[in-house]
Design a protein around this ligand. Sequence first.
Ligand code: NAD
Length: 351
Amino acid sequence: MVAGTRRMMPPMEYVRLFDEAAGLDGVIAIHSTARGPAAGGCRLWSYADSSEAMADAFRLAEGMSYKNAMARLPFGGGKAVLRRPAGEFDRRALFEAFGRAVEKLDGRYVTAEDVGTDVSDMECAARHTRHVAGRTALPGLAGGDPSPWTALGVFEAMKEAVRLRHGSSLAGVTVSVLGVGNVGAGLCHLLAEEGARLVIADIDPVRCARLAEQTGARIVGIEAIVAEDAEVFAPCALGGALDEATVAALKAGIVCGAANNQLAAPHLADVLMARGITYAPDYVVNAGGIINVAAEYLGESADQVRGRVMEIGPRTRELLEIAAAENLPPPLVADRMAEGLMVRERDLETV
Ligand code: NAD
């Protein structure tokens, strides 16, 4: 059995973006519009060449289709990837040009911030298109920093995973958290309030020290954290935290964290399962951020965001139960569920 059976379909549509005067060089990839407009952030990153940027856009757009479908959002999956110009550049001109490109797609793609972009970039894009979220929150409406919502979703998923495996609450359970930035720190506060014991690691010692003071967390080195005695490991830094070495060294029986693309390779889902470790798939548990972004675009309230985020716990429990009953790695079950949701919506559109 090998996990990771995604068919890696090419995007149904992609648009190359090029505006030399504005420094714009990138691509918008639309993987799926089966559930609604393709939604996914805009990444600004240094790529060796255009084909590398396009490959990243296709992969990320596909990931958004799965994440949005699994979160039951009325959106398909898309992504914009822009090549960071070398040296100094006019950021405002670049994102205004990007906004014009988004507008040309007439609502088939909805953008927001991602790695390398922020609220002010989205405000520049918004001068030319309304198909943009991740802007400053308006009173009473969804919007603003998505991190607290992502942390809440991970927390709810973790509660269910612990209940399923240990039949207990999080009180007295030890959780090791790798990466205590916006989401990781928010998660630690929720866990501390619940009575969990915390072990934390981050490349930033100042963040660690501050959080330890606030929550009583114990600080360990980033290399040592996977071998700590803990019931749960929460990767909340960058992707790829679970590689051959860390999976072999992992002491925790549950992995549940916010980082995107936690598995360095798809087959590691099988290795985790063979070791008896419960893995709550990253894109299922970390959907709180995109739920908030989607609600902002749809003009919904923060209460509606909370309602959708609170569904992440029961959803995680359901998929872990199915995975256990069918003896399959949870990511495989998650992909199958998400694909079913994409197809079902498309079928509904044609009847
Ligand atoms: P962040 O930049 O605020 O925090 C990341 C933290 O990881 C920082 O404290 C950084 O010092 C630390 N870090 C970086 N490299 C590290 C390493 N090698 N070892 C240990 N620590 C390291 O980012 P964030 O918004 O908290 O996001 C964390 C993760 O969650 C990312 O993978 C992100 O893609 C994912 N995610 C975030 C959201 C959101 O709403 N912010 C939503 C979905 C997924």
